[in-house]
Design a protein around this ligand. Sequence first.
Ligand code: HEM
Length: 231
Amino acid sequence: MPASQPNALTAGNRAAPFLDSSVGRKVVMAATGTILFGFVTVHMLGNLQAYLGAQVMNHYAEFLRGLLHGGGIWISRAVLLAAVGLHGWAALSLTLANQAARPVSYRAQTYQASTWASRSMRWTGVTLGVFIVYHLLHLTTGQAHPHFIPGDVYRNFVTGFQVPAASVFYIVAQLCLGFHLWHGVWSLTQTFGLAHPRYDPLRRFFAYGIAVLVAGVNISFPIAVLTGIIH
Ligand code: HEM
């Protein structure tokens, strides 16, 4: 496997030979992808409490904020930020290395071996990056929310999704998340050495199932608010 060019992140670092190899970057991508995949799954399960009403959801949010005397949320924020940063860095540097290895783009691309989900990883990933920034300004800090009430997570959720444009953006972003998870989970299980004719049907089922579950449940939230099921 050819080594890529060292860069600011890897220069002078003892892990540099590993990070400079494309295998190393794929492992970084898979490890951080696993963290992010775990987060979106747990986050989706937590948000299901919106169906149980204001008290349950706000109580859960308070519980999360109080974990480890308030330190738990900052630890998880630091881990998530590092995971998103490293995931983006590995994706960008692998893309640049691929382009450098193939400077002339193929005139007629052949896609037999790839799915739409795998070909769209870059732009679904970029859309998710934009979504995360908007989502934090919308439901965590409130600058992008017209009726934000600090601490009232349930009310912010409901009034946030009552704005159709916001709900549409959430739905589009969750579709991107579904496609990204579908191919991402398939790829990371391959990086971790699970590709085998015997396990491939299970891997395919798991990747597809988790993508449909997470995206489907997340899309149900804005729809439930817009149709008045959650109010
Ligand atoms: C329809 C789907 C989603 C809903 C309804 C939702 C809902 C929420 C809510 C209500 C909060 C605020 C929690 C609080 O202040 O206690 C929040 C925070 C957050 N969400 Fe989501 N979320 C969704 C999808 C996502 C996705 C796909 C990601 C990541 C890709 C994500 C990442 C985050 C992060 C990082 C926080 C900030 C947690 C913190 O540090 O306080 N969310 N979300």
